[in-house]
Design a protein around this ligand. Structure first.
Ligand code: ADP
Length: 417
């Protein structure tokens, strides 16, 4: 997601650039060399936020200080009333205390400024956190309405002359409109990034299925010719070795094409109730067979059955396990756990003692064609994500356990009793 704050974007986004030109004819007279206005400056000009507002807000900051904690408390009381908003606060009481402290700091800086580019960037950063945790947009409005109500009350309770009170209330309104505009900007930034990602995937899908189908025929011809050649070669060992290499590489190419097509094809899962430990045991057994590697299997008793397409989920587990084995190098440990998860779900966890996922990769980890391996294709995790999503489950990279390397968690829905 881009954090750019170039001028003009906000106006384009919200379609009022014409109105702005009309209200600010001076822009037509600006010399061509004039530095472009940053998005924040443009926003401030749009809501008419000026130095008088800054003065009024600073006056209010002293008046509001005794109320900061109680405003934040009522804000969270409101959050708790809304289950959808609470759902995104997953870290329990400790996280709520941390969020309250952040909100207090936010409120104080709203009233003291300075209202500069750093201020904008800090708000945009908080907005992006809201986007990442998928806070429904309407909560930004209801939360801001509550802060507005309380600050206006602070302004009204002070016995300043009416004109001063009116100026303070106007400053509060302009300030909170600015705050909302910044938040909306971060949501629309995310929306555009999602659209771009979707477009890229659609192009990727079309190309993949055309190329994949086209390559299958020539590979089939190579495969059968290599097979016939091998039979004709008799016992000539050096030549047979070469033909075997050709056949091995052809089947590798077929596997790559197969997984590319798996990603682009929409194959809805045929779900049935299955015992999750069975899936784990089968994936562990096939890893032992294919790579000769034994994983540590930990299964908790009395787990409910999961509602899945067993073949697809086994493929997901195999991909995660193969990645783990590749990550640990010559020696190390890989663990596969099956445990009860949040919300009555069942979790399958794959962890390893390797170096962990490269931090620069994390934001795009589940996108196709992301790989750090010389012979990698970067489709394994994209496939896993697609399959798990189609099951209504979740696939996430989690904090390491005691093995210290990467840890992936697959959360699966359970079958009704
Ligand atoms: P590929 O294995 O072809 O690279 P994947 O989509 O399966 O494709 O993985 C993408 C990238 O994610 C890998 O290249 C690797 O950098 C990283 N990755 C995946 N699993 C692990 C892991 N267990 N430990 C460290 N990095 C990992």
């Amino acid at each position: 997601m881009s954090g750019s704050i170039s001028g003009g974007g906000f106006a384009q986004e919200f379609g009022y650039s014409r109105a702005r030109e009309r209200r600010h004819p001076r822009s037509a007279a600006q010399p061509a060399t004039m530095p472009t206005e940053s998005m924040f400056e443009e926003l401030k000009r749009y809501v008419r936020f000026d130095s008088e507002d800054e003065t009024r807000l600073r006056e209010l900051s002293t008046l509001a200080e005794p109320h900061v904690e109680s405003i934040v408390e009522s804000f969270y009381a409101r959050v708790v009333e809304h289950s959808e908003a609470v759902a995104v606060v997953r870290g329990g009481q400790e996280q709520i205390s941390r969020l309250k402290r952040t909100l207090q700091a936010w409120l104080r800086s709203c009233l003291t400024g300075p209202w500069d580019e750093h201020y904008f960037e800090e708000r945009a950063r908080i907005g992006r956190v809201h986007v990442r945790i998928q806070l429904p947009q309407q909560y930004n409005f209801t939360a801001m309405a509550l802060v507005r109500e309380r600050l206006v009350l602070v302004a009204l309770e002070d016995d300043a002359p009416d004109a001063v009170t009116a100026a303070r209330v106007r400053a509060i309104n302009r300030l909170l409109d600015l705050e909302l505009a910044i938040i909306l900007h971060t949501y629309s930034e995310d929306y555009r990034a999602q659209l771009q990602r979707r477009e890229r995937l659609a192009t990727f899908g079309q190309m993949t299925s055309t190329i994949g189908h086209e390559l299958r025929n020539p590979l089939g011809v190579i495969e059968s010719s290599a097979y016939l050649l091998r039979r004709k070669l008799g016992t000539e060992p050096a030549l047979r070795r070469h033909v075997d290499k050709i056949r091995a590489q052809v089947s590798r190419s077929n596997r790559i094409i197969g997984s590319m097509l798996d990603i682009v094809r929409d194959r809805p899962p045929h779900v049935l109730p299955v015992a999750a430990p069975l899936l784990a045991e089968r994936a562990a057994a096939s890893l032992l067979e294919e790579l000769g590697f034994g994983v540590e299997l930990l299964i908790e008793p009395d787990l409910p059955r999961v509602l899945v397409d067993a073949a697809q989920i086994e493929q997901v587990l195999s991909n995660l396990l193969i990645n783990a084995v590749e990550a640990i190098g010559a020696e190390g440990r890989v663990r596969l756990e099956v445990v009860p998860g949040r919300d009555g779900r069942v979790e399958l966890r794959v962890s390893d003692s390797g170096p962990g996922v490269d931090a620069t990769l994390i934001p795009r980890l589940f996108e196709p064609l992301v790989t750090t391996k010389d012979s990698g294709v970067g489709l394994g995790l994209a496939f896993c994500r697609k399959v798990v999503d189609a099951h209504g489950g979740e696939l996430a990279l989690a904090k390491p356990d005691d093995l210290g390397g990467a840890r992936f968690i697959v959360r699966l829905p359970v079958a009704p009793l």
